[in-house]
Structure formats: structure tokens, C-alpha cells
Design a protein around this ligand. Structure first.
Ligand code: ZN
Length: 552
């Protein structure tokens, strides 16, 4: 990935002069390094000294074989610095991953303790995800690169004692693979970045009007034809913008000759690749929630299978009046259930154009049979059919907030997305439904990014105004990344960074009083930007940091 910014060293120097004493830790003195962990740990004490590890032999050990995947993941992260080895003797470990019984501190799922002494670093937790969260904090304590000292290269880690636990279990990041196709390597790097900030749910929007990305054995033409397209209007707009911005150029490695002598663009994931991503994410404490969005956003589906549209022609909506449409959706979901083990599966349900339903004899007949008096009622009936199917397959349906009033069971979850429709959070939780919050007002990461977005995210509190029992139904927060006009990963990272760090803060610490302030966020951020530089990850340079450099 192209390096966007290499000036973070200057920013750090500028900000070091401004930093108030003791801002990051209870006992830091002038000689100690700043500890810039995001999200802010529930408790962090900065201790005297550093742990120094020879980079030629970074020994990692685990207390339990169930942590082997975590050790491999950590070793992969450490290979950036030198030569990690997984050892069986805990006494010889520089970094020990320790599974413990859940005590009063570690009883919350995902909680961990990280103690770095001058002898070793120990991450203890009562569950796998707690270990993974501890690894994320350790990764943030590591320098961007190993330092040379007396001819040897060392990893220096500030001594700390951190106890930490998440408030929300759904700390999500979404990705749209329909509007543009992302390779498996790119998906892995996206998941790696999520893990660095303790994000826990990867919401994968795999299917939409513009492209079908999932191998479905029963309907092979969905990927045979539906995964490829000649450039559409959005693609052409991206190409036009690429004249001034190379990150807007559609990658040529995703193009191939089409049947008509033209070039087609796209790609899809085999089941084997999708299962690989599921296990890759699980090793990093992340579950994958797939989305097949119906009954709207179905143009490519009706292009390939016009028999499921009302009039046998391509349409943005499928026909809920036809039995074969219902069967078709169930068959696709069955294959998705077989690939993705997550409890939640996303059904979409948003922005449904119901125009053709009004004149469709199948839809009219369905409405007559079930005493339905409006197209909205017909959509609600369709969603309830899917809900029943999910329930019978031991899955829980989650959908965009349009489905909140469709007469669904309390186990079905809602994704609040329309920022001006906050009342849906109250209404859904009142009827016992869980809600994941991803409002357009600050968590749509494809929208322009400004410094002010950080303040909005850090003050977002969906629990506000809810009763204690309703508050417990808030799953958490998620950032969405719709990719109509985002054709490269470089563009994605420039859109989501650094505001994804603010999302991580607010999703980890539900209580706004416990979160870092925007001022503290800006102080900690340069250390993270330096790491992104070392990783070769693009980001947007916040205006306020540019101003500080100029003023220095
Ligand atoms: Zn119809």
C-alpha cells in the first residue's frame, strides 16, 4: 500500500511539548514513555522500567493448547520485528498467554489483564477473546519498529499493569464487497487492523445490486455471471476521479476479457475461501456476520434469475408473491448458514422499492390470501417468513431498521442506521429486541471524514434515555463502509482512519465519562499514525494535527 504520510515524527515532537504531565497513566514520570493505548483501558498503571526482548528470539508460550491459534497470531504480528518462536517452557517465555479461572476481575467475557515487567509480559484471561484483547494492547505498546542497542536489535516495551474489559460485545466494522471486489489478502489485512483495535464483529456485505460475491452451489450462475460486470456509472466516476487521485483507479487485476470482446470487472469468493476467512477472523477474536440483502437491493439477482422478479425482468426488488422466490432465498441462506457459523445472519430489508409489487398479480394474490392491505405489509410478511426460517435453523435474524415494526419476535435484532430515526432504538428495545447502532450521523465511514466526526463518535451514547433493561439490549456499535465510490483499499483506509479508533473507544467504553476526551484522543493519535506509517497503511491526516505542526 502506498504510504500517504511520513510526517508523524514531527507531530509527535510537536505534541510532546504540549502534553500535560500524567495524562496517560497514574504513575508516569518524565523519563517514562507515553502509553497511548486505544481504546482506553478500564485501569492502567504505568510501572518503572522496560521489558527488553532480543528480536532474534522472541519467545512466546501458552498455558493451554486452546491458545495455540492465539500464539500463532501473536507470532505473526511479532515477525514484523524479528524472529518469534513458540516455546513450550513457560519460564523461558518473553510473552506468556495464560488462561485462568474467571475471578472477580476477569468474569466479563473478553476481559484481560496485561502485566509487563522487566522480566516478561503476561496476558491472562478467562476466555480466548480476552487473550486476543490483551494481545491488541500489547501490540500497541510495541514500538513501530525494533530498535538497535549495542549492535543488537531489541523490542522495548514500557512496563505496565493493565486490567481491562469491554462494555459492548458487538464492536463492529462493515465492508461492502459488492460495489467493489476485495481480494482475500485485502480482507485479511482489514481483519488484522480490526483486531489491533479490539473490534469483534466483521459485518460482510457480500451481495447487492452491483455484484454477487458468494459461491452458491445450487445457483452457479449467480457468480458465473453475477460476479462480473462491464464498468457501470459508479465505476466510470471512480475512473474519472483517478486522474487526480490514484487511489480512485479500479485495480486492473480484477478485470478479465468478457464474452463480447469487452473487459469485465469483479470476482467472487469460493466456499473454501470464505471458510478460511471465518477461521482467520476467529483466531483474532472476530466473528463474521454475512449479509444477503433482500427483498430490495436485488438487481444482480434478478438479472441472473429473472424468474424471482415480479415481471420476469431485472428489478431492484424480488417478488414476495411467488413461492419460488421464498424457496430461492431459503436455499441461498441455507448455504450461507453452512459457511458462516455466526449466531446472527443479516437479512438486509432496507430501501425496498415496492412499485412493481403494486401491479404484480402474484403479489396481489399473496396480499389477498393473507389479508394484507399495503406493500409495506407484504414486506413485513416476507421478513416474517425469513425470520421463521432462520429460527428453525437456529440462527438469529438481524436487519436494517426498516424491519423494526414488522411484527417480529423479540430475538430478532435491529441495526439502527438512519441517524434521524433514533426513536427506533427506544421502540425496538421496548419490544425486547437487541439493537446494534450504526447511525449515519457519525458511523458511516464512506461519508467525508472531518475532525468533528471524532467528537461525534466519542460522544455517541445509544443508552441515553433508555431504561436499564433497555440499555442491556444494546449490542454495541459498528462503522459502515459502503463502497460505491471506494475502489481501492488505500481509499478505504483513508476513509476509515483515524475515526475507526474513536469507534473502538466508544464501543469498548459505553459510559461516555469513562472514555478518553477528544483532546486526549488527539494526544494519543500520533503514536498510532506512526504505526500506520510503519505498516504502510494509509489514513487521513487530521486538520488539527497539521495546524500544530505548522505552529511549531
Ligand atoms: Zn410480485
Amino acid at each position: 500500500m502506498k504510504l500517504i504520510c511520513k510526517v508523524t515524527g514531527w507531530i509527535i515532537a510537536a505534541l510532546a511539548l504540549m502534553m500535560p504531565v500524567g495524562v496517560c497513566a497514574k504513575s508516569r514520570n518524565a523519563e517514562q514513555k507515553r502509553v497511548s493505548v486505544i481504546p482506553n483501558p478500564k485501569s492502567m498503571v504505568q510501572l518503572q522500567g522496560e521489558l527488553k526482548i532480543d528480536n532474534k528470539n522472541i519467545a512466546v508460550a501458552v498455558s493451554d493448547t486452546s491458545l495455540s491459534m492465539a500464539a500463532d497470531y501473536l507470532a505473526g504480528c511479532l515477525s514484523h520485528y524479528g524472529k518469534p518462536v513458540v516455546v513450550s517452557d513457560n519460564d523461558k517465555a518473553d510473552i506468556l498467554l495464560l488462561l485462568t479461572a474467571p475471578d472477580s476481575l476477569l468474569s466479563v467475557k473478553g476481559a484481560y489483564r496485561l502485566v509487563v515487567s522487566t522480566d516478561k509480559a503476561v496476558i491472562s484471561a478467562a476466555d480466548y477473546n480476552g487473550i486476543i484483547n490483551g494481545i491488541a494492547s500489547l501490540r500497541q505498546l510495541l514500538p513501530p519498529a525494533a530498535k538497535k542497542d549495542a549492535g543488537k536489535k531489541f523490542l522495548s516495551i514500557q512496563c505496565v499493569d493493565i486490567y481491562d474489559a469491554p462494555d459492548y460485545w458487538w464492536r463492529g466494522l462493515h465492508l461492502d464487497s459488492s460495489r467493489h471486489f476485495w481480494t482475500i489478502d485485502e480482507i485479511e489485512s482489514y481483519i488484522d487492523l480490526m483486531a489491533l483495535y479490539k473490534l469483534s464483529v466483521f459485518h460482510w456485505h457480500l451481495i447487492d445490486d452491483q455484484g454477487w460475491r458468494v459461491q452458491i452451489d445450487r445457483y452457479p450462475e449467480l457468480t458465473g455471471r453475477g460476479a462480473w460486470r462491464v464498468f457501470n456509472q459508479m465505476d466510470s466516476a471512480c475512473e474519472a476521479a483517478s486522474v487526480n487521485d490514484a487511489s480512485m483507479r479500479i485495480p486492473r487485476d480484477r478485470m478479465r476479457p468478457g464474452e463480447n470482446g469487452d473487459s469485465v470487472y469483479g470476482g467472487f469468493y469460493t466456499k473454501q475461501q470464505l471458510r478460511h476467512i471465518v477461521s482467520y477472523a476467529a483466531a483474532r477474536g472476530i466473528q463474521v456476520v454475512p449479509e444477503f440483502d433482500v427483498p430490495g437491493h436485488s438487481t444482480i439477482l434478478t438479472v441472473v434469475h429473472p424468474e424471482v422478479s415480479c415481471n420476469g425482468k431485472p428489478n431492484s426488488s424480488i417478488c414476495p408473491g411467488k413461492d419460488e422466490t421464498i424457496e430461492f432465498c431459503k436455499n441461498v441462506y441455507s448455504e450461507l448458514f453452512d459457511i458462516f457459523p455466526s449466531k446472527y445472519v443479516h437479512m438486509g430489508g432496507d430501501e425496498v422499492d415496492k412499485t412493481v409489487w403494486k401491479s404484480c398479480p402474484h403479489c396481489k394474490q399473496r396480499m389477498l390470501e393473507h389479508d394484507i392491505d399495503s406493500p409495506e405489509g407484504l414486506q413485513a410478511w416476507f421478513v416474517r417468513q425469513m425470520e421463521l426460517f432462520f429460527r428453525n435453523n437456529n440462527r438469529t435474524l438481524i436487519g436494517w431498521d426498516e424491519i423494526a415494526y414488522d411484527g417480529l419476535g423479540s430475538e430478532t435484532a435491529i441495526m439502527w442506521w438512519r441517524g434521524d430515526n433514533r426513536a427506533v432504538v427506544s421502540a425496538a428495545t421496548e419490544s425486547g429486541k437487541h439493537v446494534t447502532c450504526t447511525p449515519t450521523s457519525c458511523l458511516y465511514f464512506d461519508y467525508p471524514q472531518t475532525d468533528a466526526e471524532i467528537d461525534k463518535i466519542l460522544s455517541l451514547n445509544p443508552r441515553e434515555g433508555l431504561s436499564p433493561s433497555q440499555q442491556r439490549l444494546i449490542n454495541g456499535l459498528q462503522g459502515n463502509v459502503w463502497c460505491e465510490y471506494i475502489p481501492t483499499m488505500e481509499r478505504i483506509y483513508t476513509q476509515i482512519l483515524p475515526r475507526m479508533l474513536a469507534l473502538s473507544e466508544s464501543a469498548w467504553n459505553a459510559d461516555t465519562e469513562k472514555r478518553i476526551t477528544p483532546a486526549e484522543f488527539w494526544l494519543r493519535l500520533p503514536d498510532h499514525l506512526a504505526r500506520f506509517d510503519a505498516m504502510g497503511v494509509a489514513y487521513r491526516m487530521p486538520d488539527c494535527l497539521i495546524v500544530k505542526i505548522k505552529n511549531k
